[in-house]
Design a protein around this ligand. Structure first.
Ligand SMILES: [Zn+2]
Length: 70
C-alpha cells in the first residue's frame, strides 16, 4: 500500500493494487482520487483501489510523519 498525492487537489490518499492471477496482462487502469474524482492511469495486472485518509493522517502526511503504509 502506498500514498499517492492527487495532481488536481493535492490531497494524499491510499492506493493499493488488486492483482488478478493472470500474468502478462498489464493494462492501463484508472486511479481515481477519493476527494475530487480526478483520474490518472497506471499499468496494473488487475485494478487500483483508493481510499481517503483521515484528517489526522493527512496532517501527519503533510508534516512528514507519515510517508508510506506497509
Ligand atoms: Zn483530488
Amino acid at each position: 500500500m502506498a500514498i499517492e498525492k492527487c495532481q488536481s487537489c493535492n490531497k494524499p490518499f491510499r492506493v493499493w493494487e488488486h492483482n488478478l492471477p493472470m500474468p502478462g496482462t498489464k493494462e492501463k487502469e484508472p486511479i481515481t482520487c477519493p476527494y475530487c474524482n480526478h483520474t490518472i492511469e497506471r499499468t496494473s495486472n488487475g485494478w487500483w483501489n483508493t481510499a481517503a485518509l483521515s484528517e489526522q493522517e493527512q496532517q501527519d502526511y503533510l508534516s512528514g510523519k507519515l510517508t508510506d503504509f506497509h
